[in-house]
Design a protein around this ligand. Sequence first.
Ligand code: PA5
Length: 469
Amino acid sequence: MPSATLELDYANALAAAVGQAHGVSPAEIRRAQPAVKAAIVQIEKQRRQGEHRYRDLPADRELLRTVKAAARRFGPRMNNLVVLGIGGSALGMIALQTALNPPLHNLLPAGRRRGPRLFVMDNVDPVQFADLLDVLGPALPKTLFNVISKSGETAETAAQFLIVRDLLARRLGKKGLARNLVVTTDPESGTLRDLADAEGWFTLPVPPGVGGRFSVLSAVGLFPAAVCGINIDRLMAGAGEMSRRVASRSVRNNPAAMLALLLHAFYTRGKRMHVLFPYGYQLKDLADWYRQLWAESLGKRVDRRGQPVVVGPTPIKALGTTDQHSQVQLYREGPNDKVFILVSVEKFARDVRIPRAKTTPPALRYLEGASLGKLMAAERRATELALVASRRPCLHLRFPRITPHTVGQFIMLWEATTTLMGHLLDINPYDQPAVQLGKDYTYALMGKPGYEKQARALRRRCKPSRYLV
Ligand code: PA5
């Protein structure tokens, strides 16, 4: 019986596997441990003072009760769930759905799905949105919209929301807005909060102190998950279990501590590209979620005291086996500036056997009788060994199975690793000041009051280019 716990194997990241120049030595790990332990002690102390609130979400029984009651109230009558949100208000919930619902969920007949079809609109592409409105047109009464925005101000989500609000009001009236709309936003303030309160729409909270990219285990990810039939009790139990594991001061018993220690060690010696490489289609959007978490949290110009540092590992997502035929040439023979975190699944929920046939050409007979799961495992192992043969350091994160429990562990593991990495890099992992300027320019270009001066400056700079080819 495989254990139900995620495991991290770092043997192939060590100097013994990939050489002194590219691997981490046991002595280096010993030397780095005091700093990691000190960071853990500090984080746990800060938690007692109310910081790092995402770590406490799994223990919040009230949150689970509220979300499940809302899912029971709104979900069952609906054939479609449309989520409007972007960045931290979308990537985590998309990852949960891809990991824990069948890959072709939307194509299954209603009786074989555990919930409505799901559409996540995390872009303002006009063709995509117009197409969605066409598809939903006749089905509007049985379509639930969940608009998710902590700030309530994000231009993309706000624009989509205004379109949907108009549609619902025209087609279904006030009653439709009450029955077909759930707003997930800040519990106290913000434009969406004020509007929802004034109109009496149903709302769910994004908890205070939990930033967008750390919010998947709040109503942001949990409500769509529960509506689509994902077992959120088990998800949170897995996350809670990992939250306890990552509080351990023993680096060897704490996977977040070991991950942060190694990834920080590689970063400081010039391996600044961190490739998350899951072997399993269901995990592909968790890699997308990781990409935002790692990039937005750790890419910073100044340290905690405001001094310039300009740090940040570059997260890269790859998917096994697809990207073996796209990226591995670069990964093995290009610059040795990357660390690979391969993710395997010990036992897939389903498997397909390759049949035997008299007509199978001799060159393909080795495949007969094997399963796709076995081939996937062999390809993962083979790619790791091939990378190691080229002296590329590899970590291996092992999922016994993909279940709500292990996915909850994975999410908490990477969130806690991100916090620790922030401490080791001495930066604030919870802000994203560099995102603001682009937002302000968008406001200016779209004519938002208060941005007139910037709009004039931008118009001067947006002259037709003289460098067109
Ligand atoms: O991680 C973050 O804070 C961001 O990616 C936000 O989630 C994103 O900008 C969307 O913000 P909001 O939820 O306020 O619409």
